[in-house]
Each structure stands twice: as structure tokens, then as C-alpha cells.
Ligand binder design. Structure first.
Ligand code: DC
Length: 209
């Protein structure tokens, strides 16, 4: 079974994807980390994240970079959003994601274009979202826990910019697939959102027989 989990930044899609992976015994790929690694690699190599050729060079980052704790920072998220607009970067990361989706037992992938581009044939597609206020509060708490000193306003501003860029880019924009189930978890706890997601997947699985 392939489960596609898409949604905007800090929507809780990563937590839901991990929870689904645990519940259904499936491996999980956080595809945002790949884009974050490309973003970080532009910084390591002194390249321009807004230049398509520079950004594509950074797409051949070493695998060890995926273990770098700084990948989770707000700054790497912003770099990821910038490099992800380039067609060459998306093409360079495509095969790796498709191979993961094609694992014999199935997989859970979370990102922006899983249900639309990477695995349009996924068995179940979820589109996870929450209000910008709820997402900013969560991201702000996470960044504080990491020792970053951003204000709530700065985090909200960064989210708004990333939403705008991710939704309006020409290549594989953030978009709810027509056959995706919408989960708005603005007023749900983490466990409520996960239970809801599990029940959607279970129902979809039964319907497919
Ligand atoms: O999910 P995230 O916040 O870690 O993603 C960081 C950025 O990477 C996001 O702003 C856009 C990009 N991204 C993408 O374009 N496609 C994906 N499948 C995953 C992430």
C-alpha cells in the first residue's frame, strides 16, 4: 500500500506520515528533507539557491548531509523552498522518491507533490493542512526548542512566504490532488489527527477490497 501525505509547511503532515508508517508497518520518506539537503548544500558549496544551474549542482549532495540536525532549521526550510522551484532540482530528486514509493511492501511519503507527481497511483492520498496561525504557533515552539530566537511574527511571515512560493511555482506546485482526503487539523490534537488519518486509510483500504 502506498500512502501519499501532502500539505503546507508545519501542517503536521510529517507527524501523521510517521504515525501511519508505525501503525501500518510501512517505511516513511520525508521528501522535504531531500529539498532541505539541496538547500543546505548550496550554502556549503557557496552556490546561489535561486540560480537553476547552481541549485542543480547542489542536488548531488552527499547522503551524510541527511543526518545534519541543521536541516530542520527555519533557515534550511526557506532555502529548500527556494531551490525547490527549479525544474532541474525536482528532476534530480524524482527517481529516488519513485524508487522509495515502489518498495515491495509499500511506503508512506510526505511532501508537496506526492499525490500529484511522485505517486499519482497511490492507494490513499491525504492532504493535511491547518490555519496559518496554528501552523505558526507549532513551528515557533519547535524553533524555540531548538534554541532559535525567532519571534512568532517572524515565523508567521516565513510561513506565508513559503506558502506563496510553494503554491504558485510552475513546477509541481503544492496542490490538493482531486482524489485526496482533506484533513484540517487546526483544532485537533496530534493524536486526534493521527486517529482520523488512520480511519481514512482503513476505510479506503476496505473500499478497495
Ligand atoms: O516539508 P518541508 O517543510 O520540510 O519542505 C521544505 C521545502 O521543500 C518546501 O517549502 C517546499 C519543498 N518541497 C517540495 O517542493 N516538494 C516536496 N515533495 C517536499 C518539499
Amino acid at each position: 500500500m502506498i500512502i501519499a501525505v501532502d500539505g503546507p509547511t508545519a501542517s503536521g503532515k510529517g507527524t501523521i506520515a510517521k504515525g501511519l508508517g508505525r501503525h501500518f508497518g510501512l517505511p516513511v520518506l520525508d521528501t522535504g528533507l531531500l529539498y532541505r539537503a539541496v538547500g543546505l548544500q548550496t550554502r556549503v558549496m557557496g552556490l546561489d539557491p535561486d540560480d537553476p544551474i547552481d541549485a542543480a549542482r547542489a542536488a548531488s549532495f552527499p547522503d551524510s548531509l541527511l543526518q545534519e540536525p541543521d536541516l530542520r532549521s527555519v533557515a534550511c526550510g526557506a532555502l529548500a523552498s527556494r531551490v525547490s522551484v527549479h525544474k532541474r532540482v525536482r528532476a534530480a530528486l524524482l527517481e529516488r522518491q519513485r524508487q522509495f514509493a515502489a518498495r515491495p511492501g509499500g511506503a508512506v511519503l510526505d511532501g508537496r507533490d506526492i499525490g500529484t507527481v511522485i505517486a499519482p497511483h497511490a492507494d490513499v492520498k491525504l492532504f493535511v493542512t491547518a490555519s496559518i496561525e496554528a501552523r505558526a504557533r507549532r513551528r515557533h515552539a519547535e524553533s524555540r526548542d531548538r534554541g532559535e530566537t525567532l519571534t512568532l511574527e517572524q515565523v508567521m511571515d516565513d510561513l506565508a512566504k513559503r506558502d506563496e512560493r510553494d503554491r504558485n511555482r510552475a513546477e509541481a506546485p503544492l496542490l490538493q490532488a482531486e482524489d485526496a482526503f482533506l484533513i484540517d487539523n487546526s483544532d485537533m490534537s496530534v493524536s486526534e489527527a493521527l486517529e482520523h488519518a488512520i480511519s481514512i486509510v482503513e476505510k479506503a483500504r476496505q473500499q478497495k477490497g
